[in-house]
Design a protein around this ligand. Structure first.
Ligand code: A5P
Length: 235
């Protein structure tokens, strides 16, 4: 896959989704390379059209980028609800619009923001589309540091073939929330709801990267331009 072309697809999807933002909105700002294109596109609309929006960032990295581009940031102490969140994904199941997220490590804040948003628009290049979740990536699970080995063992008993994510200098990767990430290779999932239900019960696991039922629309950039996938019920 040509990286430059893939970036163009990501950017095209991000720019199309930036068109969803209206004056006065509170906008959840996702994390990752595709979301970074969205933040840049939104900043351009703000400066060219004088759009007034507040952004709620899903990671420190996104907050830094948004602040640097002059986007006003807000927080949950100021907002009861977010109008729309625009975020990337690692896998998108085409039939259900279910997602795996968290390769960038921001899944906990991403899910909190998605859950507090009226709508979630997902932006991606077409390499992220799969028929079944688990085809390409593992499911990241954010776990508290205390007793992580016990939590990892439990994830292994669930068939997750777990491995602790390693960051810089071969040290465990630490999230913005101060937790570790255990990546779980469940393989192709026939029943992601059941996997999510089991992960929800694991003591020591704070959150997992299965985003089921959050997506409103997906903007997919690819060779043919940008196409929009909609949830069946919204057709
Ligand atoms: C961050 O934790 C992730 O959920 C990202 O949204 C996801 O990894 C997509 O990232 P890219 O847009 O960089 O592929």
């Amino acid at each position: 896959m040509d990286q430059r072309e893939q970036n163009q697809w990501k950017q095209a999807a991000a720019e199309a989704a930036a068109g969803l933002v209206e004056d006065g909105m509170v906008v959840g700002l996702g994390s990752g390379s595709t979301a970074a294109f969205f933040v840049a596109a939104l900043a351009r609309r703000i400066s060219l059209e004088g759009l007034r929006v507040s952004g709620l960032a899903t990671s420190r990295e996104t907050a830094d980028q948004a602040r640097g581009l002059g986007i006003t940031l807000t927080s949950f102490s100021e907002q009861a609800q977010i109008d729309i969140v625009v975020d990337g994904a690692d896998e998108i199941e085409t039939g259900t619009l279910y997602l795996i997220k968290g390769r960038g490590g921001a899944l906990l804040r991403e899910k909190i923001v998605a859950a507090a948003s009226r709508r979630m628009a997902v932006i991606a290049d077409e390499t992220k589309l799969v028929g079944r979740l688990g085809s390409i990536v593992s499911v990241p699970v954010e776990v508290v540091q205390f007793g992580w080995q016990a939590t990892e063992r439990r994830l292994g008993q669930l068939g997750g073939n777990p491995s602790l994510r390693v960051g810089r200098g071969s040290q465990p990767y630490v999230t913005d929330g101060g937790n570790f990430i255990v990546d779980c290779a469940f393989g192709v999932m026939e029943n992601p709801e059941e996997v999510a239900h089991h992960l929800d019960q694991v003591v020591g696991a704070v959150e997992h990267g299965l985003f089921l039922g959050f997506t409103w629309q997906v903007f997919v950039g690819g060779r043919e331009g940008v196409r929009i996938l909609k949830r069946k019920a919204d057709d």
